[in-house]
Design a protein around this ligand. Structure first.
Ligand SMILES: Cc1ncc(COP(=O)(O)O)c(C=O)c1O
Length: 462
């Protein structure tokens, strides 16, 4: 079967990514765990929530990501963006690299979680330019000094609640313009919400000066899932211009925060762009040890390590009595752990495995892998090794047919894939496997409609 590359193909299956770090080469332990779990669930008599989805988290992949970062961006310290995935074991793991890995927290709650792991306050940046005053007071009590700002009202709040804070000015990245190729930009633009323009930077720095506040550096974020690696270099150049403006106002900045937005499909190229721009714009200050460079990666660290497995709880024909498109309902959907379905190109293409059969009509159809028009690319080489012997937890392969795939809530927007070619013969009790869902899935899920989201999680190689 030929692989069909469709619009907004997900970054993790890009052919540009060098093979050795492809996740299918890292471990098949995940597959064994999936098979064991599936064999243990009998939908005809399982306990309440027995058919719920579950996660497998592979720490070998996390370590691999950190090693790649260290090799390609040795001058840039990671401040992991907690919002991306605050899994407690993941945070605990990252906190074991004191001094080497710090954290980007954006709220009181995230600060509490990270400080409870005995992370030194100096290894934290409170990276939210618009904070509640009581949250600033909490940061003050805990001596978390580094915090971003991008407006004058925030400066007054900081002055009133934490006059000794080390303020970091967030500036705006260039917004996409008409005519820009949408497949070249970020999956999520952040600049319409945060950041000052270069033109306004002098004015706000003068105000900070007048208030007697310390401004110690600059921050930007090129947008999450940035496919245009030139963006990193362009914004480091812009940082240099604001750096000079800061000098004219009377500030000597000591920190440059280049934000998140890193993906692993283009990480090598992004790192090249960052290193070249750092050398050109800040080579001398970095060389003299007068400036620390930090970044706030989220997706790059956590996405590839998390696999979601979720079961088929209902199935029907789209048109009654017609042997055509089928509708599959999963125990997870857009409001819970498959919220990646909301954004084109975010969701990996699933593989489907047989479960213990639930009570229901049996399919007699032969059962291959698949394709879709929903922004998902199929990775032919990644057929999985769940079990090729047949029976429960066997990969379902063979001829394809059209499906739509839905979440469990009653909202008709709760759709995972509207048009997908999946193997024939999917039945009640079968399981869908979605790899690489470790970014913004668990952190953004809801219990809408009363569905539980707190799934069992298997951790391996920790
Ligand atoms: C301030 C800030 N830093 C870091 C991140 C993490 O971005 P990414 O997951 O693209 O690396 C985000 C994501 O929204 C963010 O808002």
């Amino acid at each position: 079967m030929s692989s069909r590359v469709v619009k907004n193909a997900p970054y993790y299956q890009s052919q540009n990514w060098p093979g050795p770090f492809s996740i299918s080469n890292v471990s098949t332990e995940t597959d064994d765990i999936i098979a064991r779990h599936i064999r243990s669930i009998d939908p005809t008599n399982c306990d309440i929530y027995g058919e719920d989805g579950f996660w497998v988290v592979d720490f070998a992949i996390i370590r691999n990501q950190l090693e790649i970062w260290e090799r390609l961006l040795p001058r840039v310290k990671i401040l992991y963006a907690v919002k991306t995935n605050p899994d407690p074991q993941l945070l605990e793991h990252l906190a074991k690299y004191p001094g080497k890995i710090g954290f980007d927290c954006a709220s009181h709650g995230e600060l509490v979680d990270i400080l409870s792991l005995s992370v030194p306050p100096d290894d934290i940046i409170y990276a939210n330019p618009c904070k509640a005053p009581s949250h600033i007071r909490y940061a003050c009590n805990k001596n978390v000094k580094k915090m971003t700002f991008d407006n004058v009202a925030e400066l007054y709040k900081i002055k009133a609640n934490f006059p000794d804070a080390e303020c970091v000015l967030r500036f705006k990245v260039r917004a996409p313009e008409a005519g820009d190729d949408p497949s070249e930009g970020a999956l999520y633009e952040l600049s319409k919400k945060y950041g000052v323009t270069i033109e306004y930077s002098r004015e706000i720095l003068l105000q900070a000066k007048e208030l007697g506040l310390k401004v110690t550096g600059l921050a930007f974020h090129v947008g999450s899932g940035q496919r245009n690696v030139r963006s990193f270099g362009q914004h480091i150049e812009e940082a240099k211009r604001i750096w000079e403006i800061g000098r004219e106002v009377g500030y000597t900045f000591t920190i440059l925060d280049i934000g998140g937005g890193f993906m692993y499909s283009n990480f090598e190229k992004a790192a090249e762009a960052v290193n070249a721009a750092l050398d050109q714009e800040f080579g001398d200050v970095i060389g003299r040890g007068e400036m620390e460079v930090v970044a706030e990666p989220g997706r790059f660290v956590s996405a590839p390590a998390f696999t979601l497995v979720t079961s088929v709880i209902a199935i029907r024909e789209e048109r009654e009595g017609v042997d055509g498109k089928r509708m599959v309902y999963l125990s997870d959907g857009m409001y819970s752990n498959i919220n990646a379905a909301m954004w084109p190109g975010e969701l990996t293409f699933p593989t489907v495995v047989k479960g213990k059969r639930a009570d229901g009509p049996k399919s007699t159809l032969p059962v291959s892998s698949a394709s879709s028009d929903s922004g998902i690319e199929i990775d032919e080489g990644d057929q999985g090794s769940v079990d090729q012997e047949g029976g429960t937890a066997t990969l379902i392969t063979g001829d394809l047919q059209e499906y739509s795939v839905w979440g469990p809530t009653c909202d008709c927007n709760d759709v995972v894939m509207e048009n997908a070619l999946l193997p024939k013969g999917i039945e009640l009790g079968d399981w869908f496997i979605f790899k690489d869902l470790g970014a913004y899935a668990t952190s953004m899920r809801t219990t809408f409609n009363g569905f539980r989201t707190s799934h069992k999680t298997y951790y391996i190689n920790n």
